[in-house]
Design a protein around this ligand. Sequence first.
Ligand code: PMP
Length: 383
Amino acid sequence: MTSPNPKDAVTSPTVHFSRGIPPLEAIPSADIAELTGSVLSAEPDRVFQYAPIGRHTGDRELRDQLGAFHSVDPDRIFVTNGSLQALDLLAAHLLKDAPRKKVLAEAPTYDRAVQIFERHGAQVSGIPLRGDGLDLDVLRERLRTEVPAFVYLIPDFQNPGGVTTSEEKRRELVRLSAEFGFTILEDIPYRELRFAGTAPTLLGELAESVEGARVLTIGSLSKILSPGLRVGYVIGPPGTPGALAALAESTYLSPAPLLQVVAARAFASGLVRRNIDEVRKLLRPRHDTAVEAVRKALGEAALCVPEGGYYISVHLPVRTTEEKFLAAAAAEGVALTRGSAFYPADSAPPSGTVFLRLPFQALSDEEFAEGVTRLAAVAQRAE
Ligand code: PMP
């Protein structure tokens, strides 16, 4: 954590643009506690025992609920301890026998995902992210010389860019998957947090009607219920859950039965749906004022105006290095995540700019506006 400038410490606390975590008021703690209490008293034998053999793909009740939520066959679902574990298992599964370990991702993308893929031996390469998704001309060019093991995408309210991939680009990506024979991983933790416009189709759904296309969808309850429950999941073709269960069995057997049953009851009782509505209501005004504040302080540098999720991002023109910009921002009382860290190793923000991810979900209107005003002042002064 960065300390604020000592002379400002009391009057102007640091504005943290550094973490994409749910605000406490977006987590229905009391309702989850009540559900947990009733599970503990009614079914202790079920939740304190190992998951039954053959159930290492996830709790049956939770898979049924997730299947109903996504209108897919529950047998296509595999439950994980949060979606990061899904990324880890999928990377292991997809890269194990891959002749080439090339992975393509949006630039910028979610830094932890890149680290996971690299840990499994992947060479991750960035394709520029535009305001409506991946630059498909660049992608096609790359595919001509090398077909990746997989392409990793965050198509809804992307972290860190805030961008949603257009319907047209989704269709083309699915078509390219079939034509060139690569898998697409679509990571959708923010998808339900839409507060304007209409949702484009899931790539996984589009793939169902394109022969040879292969899409694995990765979901999470972290942003719609609670990140502490650590419930994530994969929706894939019928063989996928079994293959991933073999990896699970050799390491941790299964996610915690208690947390899975609590998550299943949160769906069954309507809590998940209600909470999604609550979170949308909470985020929408924060988003609207944040967009206004960015326009006012930083001009039209934003990559897009997101219609949901947590993030606004900008490529801010500066006359200095990222290093110096971050140091000056810290001295001014603004904590940022290093923007270049969101870029896979062979890519970088456009020259003459720093990339700023500005999460608005957990800040008050005043804090957010104060933060971007300080950033504008830093950019103006920095040489
Ligand atoms: N994918 C993306 C794109 C994310 O932004 C995050 C969390 N910030 C995750 C995965 C991890 O989510 P989980 O809590 O389900 O592991």
